[in-house]
Structures are given as C-alpha cells and as structure tokens.
Write a new protein. Structure first.
Length: 202
C-alpha cells in the first residue's frame, strides 16, 4: 500500500500572501498547477512579441486583445516593458478565464474527474488556443476515448510544421498528448477517486 502524502498546512500569513497575488482569493490547486505548466512552456518576455500564430503576446504567453496590431496599439502594453511579477499577475487572471472555458468545453464535473496532470494540461492547451480549437479532440475526451483524443490532438498542420522544423510548440503538444493517452490507464476507479478528492478540497 502506497503511503499517503499529507501537504503541510498553509499558515494564515502564507494564505494571505498567496491570495493577494490572485486578486484576494486563494488560488485553487488547478490554478496553481496550470500556472506551473504554462510558465514552464511559455517562458517570459518583458515586452510585446509576435507568437508562432502571428498574434501579439506579452509576458507569460498572454494574448493582447485579439492578438492584432490594432488591439496591441490600443492596449496598456503598447511600447511598454513589464517585469516578471506583473506578467505573472496578468497570466493568473487569464488562467481563471481559461479554467472557466475548460469547464464549459468538457463540463465542470467531468473536468474535475480527470487526473490533476491532465486537468492542468487541458487548461494549458486552452490557454494557448490549442485544445479549444480542436472540437474533435474535445469530443473524444468527453467520450473517454483518451488514446484517440491524444492522436486527434496532434493531427493538425501547426503540430506537423513545428515538428518538421524541430522548433515551436510540438514538444508541448507531445506532452499534452502523452498525458491524455496515459489517462486511459487510470480507468473508472481513478476517476472516482479524483472526484472524491476534489469534493474534499472544495
């Protein structure tokens, strides 16, 4: 039998400090884990740049408006430099929105029945417009066809081009695909266990 790992309790001061960074609310586990995944893949840029899709972006991969030059010029980031703390604040606000979109795409209860690893990968992909732009992969995920979903997720020109050039998003997409496929091994028992854990946290 595997040992049960108990996280150390967060002190009131630590909780207040964390909450302050999330607009006065203590972040959920999913917000924290999704931020870690996104930060690892997106890196940090202190000024606006053009991403692989040709969209204006800043900080930790945060899209500026609709990504157009027009929205960039109207934004508070036009010709401005931000620090990493500011970028994190912006990204964390955006992550809240992307979690809400992930819940809408998959259904709230279903999303939280998945493993924490897959939950954070889903939010990370929605953050960059990947999974949310693949209705077929979303449908397969909702049907519990994880291995098929993992293949469908990679069946697009962006992935093929990135992999052929050995640069860009292909490694990030491979990671998401692998975790999707691994979800099939958890089975029904794993899903029930995760849902019970989420109920305790909430």
């Amino acid at each position: 039998m595997e040992p049960i790992l108990v996280k150390p309790k967060t002190t009131a001061a630590q909780a207040a400090q964390i909450a302050a960074k999330y607009g006065g609310e203590e972040p959920t586990d999913l917000e924290l884990e999704a931020f870690k995944v996104i930060r690892r893949h997106e890196g940090f840029e202190d000024r606006a740049y053009t991403d692989t899709k040709g969209k204006r972006t800043i900080g930790i991969g945060t899209l500026i408006g609709d990504g157009s030059d027009a929205d960039y010029k109207k934004s508070p980031y036009f010709n401005k430099i931000i620090n990493e703390d500011q970028a994190a604040e912006i990204a964390k606000r955006d992550i809240k929105d992307k979690i809400a979109l992930s819940e809408k795409l998959l259904g709230r209860d279903y999303l939280y029945s998945l493993s924490p690893e897959l939950q954070s990968q889903i939010v990370s992909s929605v953050y960059r417009g990947g999974l949310s732009g693949s209705p077929s992969a979303v449908r397969l995920l909702k049907d519990g066809k994880f291995e098929e979903a993992s293949r469908e997720f990679l069946d697009n020109e962006e992935y093929r081009t990135s992999k052929a050039k050995k640069q860009g998003v292909y490694k990030r997409m491979d990671e998401t695909s692998e975790i999707m496929a691994a979800e099939a091994k958890r089975g029904f028992a794993g899903a029930v266990e995760e849902r019970l854990k989420q109920q305790v946290r909430n």
